[in-house]
Design a protein around this ligand. Sequence first.
Ligand code: SAM
Length: 227
Amino acid sequence: MVLPDGSGPAQAPVVPVLNEAERFKLDGGDDALFYAEPRLVQHLDAAFRGRLTQLYRERIPPCATVLDLMSSWVSHLPEDIHYDRVIGHGLNGRELEANPRLDSHWVQNLNQDQRLPLDTASVDAALIVAGWQYLQQPEAVAAELLRVVRPRGQVIVAFSNRMFFQKAPQIWTDGGDRDHLAYVARVLLAQGWGQPELIAEATRSPGPLGWLGGHGDPFFAVISPRP
Ligand SMILES: C[S@@+](CC[C@H](N)C(=O)[O-])C[C@H]1O[C@@H](n2cnc3c(N)ncnc32)[C@H](O)[C@@H]1O
């Protein structure tokens, strides 16, 4: 836990992967201002959300301590499964207060400060949904996640093919879906995470559109074990 005087566990060592140009984003304004108004909307469609919840059901053991980093008012966890504790983080306090899954939460701009106010080896599963694409210092965040996740725990980074373009760094805006998967995996591996598993799937729209072959938001995930 980081104490009010700033002391606490030392920040995890970081292995750089990106160059400065790759961290550049079109809107260099404070991210906290961009997220100042609560967005109580779904950022991903029902098909994507259903696939994500299924993945969580398969991969996260009940009674785990879960960290939902870069969260909002929804965490996509299966409603019928009890986790020991769900800790939320985001940029808008009102969104996080509206999230019924969170036992606690905090607000922190990860592009300004990557040190997480969590004890070393205190979390079983760290989740990031539709958030990694906004990280300008992903190496430091991945290193901190490695510190706070327990051995044999995991990180699950999920995303689709949409973004707030002006808020995403160049490494993300310049790449396609496959590049995004490879990039997330590269950053995790560089910080010492275990061999990532990559998931890339089309989804089917719910209801009649899906019966006719309509697609939902494509589903991508990178899952790495904590060695
Ligand atoms: C598209 S929303 C996704 C929210 C949620 N994970 C979901 O599945 O709906 C992107 C989220 O990334 C987080 N985020 C964006 N920029 C951030 C920053 N600089 N620092 C911390 N969090 C940030 C915010 O929590 C924001 O709600």
